[in-house]
Structure formats: C-alpha cells, structure tokens
Design a protein around this ligand. Structure first.
Ligand code: SF4
Length: 300
C-alpha cells in the first residue's frame, strides 16, 4: 500500500474517532490495516464494546448490518459498498414465513450470514461456532434452519433435533473440489485438516476437525502439528500465517469469495473520508433482528 494512503488512513481514523474492522477472509493488506481482525460475530461484539463514532467494516454487507444492530449509535460504513454474500441472498424473510406455515411448531434458527429481514423473522441467529448449541437450546423438537444447507446438515448430525433445512449455499465453499483436498492430503500426510462447516459433507468426512474461523485459530494454538490443510476461504491462510509464523498452512482447494476481495485501501480511505454511506436498518426490522442476534449471544 502506498505510504500516502497508509498515513492518510491513520490520520483520519484518529481525527474521526474511527475503528477499522476486517473479517479474516479479507485480503492481507486490509487485515494489516485493520484495528481488529476476526469472524463476523467477534467483530460485531468488538464494535459494540468499542462504541466508536465511526466503524469502517471491511467484509460483506450482512456483517456490517450485524455490527450496526449491536452498535446502533455508531455510524457503520461498509468499505466496499457492493460487497455482498451469495449465501445471504439465498433466503428471505418471506421464504421463512412460508416455512413457518409448513412447520408451525418449529422454531427458526438462522445462520448470521443472512439478510436483516430473515433475521427479524427468526427465533435466534447462530454462527458456525455456536450453531449446535443454539439449535439444542431452541424450545421445540423441530427446527427450521437456513440459509446454509451444508451447515444445516452438519448441525442435524450433531443434535437430537429434527431440522427442516433451507437449500441455500455459499458459492465459494460449495464450489470446492474434493479432489484438490485429497491431493493435498497425499502430499502432506502429517498435516491436520481443518474444514469449515459451510463446505459440502464430503469435505467434512475427510477432516480432522470441523470448525469456524475462530475455532480454527484456537485449534492451531492448541495443536502440536506443524502443517495444516485449511478448508475455508483463502484469506484465512494469511490470517493463520500472521498469527502462527512457525507453522505451515495450505488451502484445501480453490475457495475464493470474490466479494471479500472487493475491499481496497483506497476504499477504506474513502469510507473514512465520506462517512456518507452508513448502514441504515429499517426501524420495523431492527428490534426483531437485534433480538435474534442477542438471543444467540446469550446462548453461546
Ligand atoms: S465466503 Fe461465502 S458465506 Fe462468506 S461472505 Fe463469501 S459468499 Fe458469503
């Protein structure tokens, strides 16, 4: 990154009481620019704790919206305004209303990678890390789960509940090729294989551990292994290499989220300069969606 942009980002950040948050899938240069790097829930919690005047979020739309839900008094700006999530786009609040008619006794648990109107219709949200706990805590034997079918299938296998799963998916994780993982395993037989539960089941069957991004970091910290094969978006490799320079990481395959790559240092600077495109959440949805997110944080 040119020094001029780096210095201008620092200056404006201090002048405007801003913090920069970056998801672990963001490009390395953005992770290096951020004050905090983490998964979407960690970052939303950080935004709430820091109470900054301005939060520049480097990630995709649903993440900035979740941060805004938990920090309604901060101006939250998504650095790359066009960055969206193919998984969140798979299911709407109207889709969930239809499912509720079909399964009237079932509570709805929605992955945090979702739109605000879907969250507002849900009993609770969950992350990949606490999805099993939240589904177990739902006061019904049957649970509607969406929008990710791979995560839903994994949760169904790990709980005693009957799940009605919406057939959505993340294009990046769903498009991964199992032959790439098998090739890497043959090359690195001593490596531990860590796979994100948004991946197709065949990846999970071949993994040593199925974990969200925060769980992967904790797992590496506690592991004696020197090499790891990582089954999630490629930005995570940079994150792990930064945190654990003495270990070696390789991607399980080509898992790339184009929208995560939209953020550039120039856009971060623009977000700090303009402050104009703050996330707005309609009042009629904000309270209900925030309640679903808060219920998740209370459970786990
Ligand atoms: S990696 Fe998948 S789930 Fe994550 S933001 Fe990109 S499309 Fe959405």
């Amino acid at each position: 990154m040119p020094n001029r942009i780096k210095e201008e980002i620092e200056r404006l950040k201090n002048e405007r009481g801003a913090i920069i948050l970056a998801h672990s899938y963001q490009p390395g240069v953005i992770q290096d620019t951020a004050d905090f790097v983490g998964d979407s829930l960690e970052l939303s919690r950080t935004a709430a704790k820091e109470s900054a005047e301005l939060v520049v979020f480097c990630g995709v739309k649903f993440m900035a919206e979740t941060a805004k839900l938990l920090s309604p008094d901060s101006t939250v700006v998504l650095a790359a305004p066009d960055a969206d999530c193919s998984l969140a786009a798979c299911m709407s609040g109207a889709d969930l209303r239809e499912m509720k008619k079909k399964y009237p006794g079932a509570k709805a648990v929605t992955y945090v990678n979702s739109t605000i109107d879907l969250k507002a219709e849900s009993w609770a949200c969950c992350t990949s890390a606490n999805s099993v706990e939240v589904v177990e805590a739902a006061p019904s034997d049957e649970v509607i789960f969406g929008p990710d079918r791979n995560l839903g299938t994994w949760v169904a296998e790990n709980t005693g509940k009957k799940l009605h799963i919406w057939p959505g998916g993340c294009h990046a994780h769903s498009g991964a090729d199992i032959r790439d993982l098998r090739e890497k395993k043959a090359e690195w037989p001593d490596a531990e294989v860590l796979v994100h539960p948004e991946s197709p089941s065949v990846f999970l069957w071949e993994a040593d551990a199925v974990l969200g991004t925060g769980g992967m970091i904790r797992h590496v910290e506690g592991s004696r292994a020197e090499r790891f094969i990582i089954g999630t978006e490629e930005g995570m490799i940079y994150r792990l290499e930064t945190l654990f320079p003495d270990r070696v990481f390789v991607a399980a395959g080509k898992i790339v989220c184009d929208d995560m790559g939209f953020t550039t240092p120039e856009l971060v600077l623009k977000a700090l300069e303009s402050r104009n495109n703050g996330i707005e959440i309609p009042d009629e949805l904000a309270d209900k969606a925030a309640a679903a997110v808060r219920r998740m944080t209370e459970i786990g």
